[in-house]
Ligand binder design. Sequence first.
Ligand SMILES: [Zn+2]
Length: 99
Amino acid sequence: MTDIPFPILIAFTFLFGCLFVLHMHRRHQDAQRALPELADYLATHNQQAPACNRCGSANLKEMGLHDANDVRRIVSCADCNRMLYQYQREQAPESGDEA
Ligand SMILES: [Zn+2]
């Protein structure tokens, strides 16, 4: 059905699979960097305390932009996983005392 050798097909599938994963990761990080700061988020959604603008939950979770201890924090809804805003933490906590 095709003249392309099977190992070459495997190699190409692997290569394009890796490129696709990298592309999706890059898009995800771009979306995180484009998130509003906390003050802008509160003003935009007319909130006193941050809450999810999709489901209304105040149950939020945060993570670092690049790694767990990154001072640039990305906050998202713990219930529906919507990314909400970002903020800059004063300094990273001492490594090793977090579970
Ligand atoms: Zn939500």
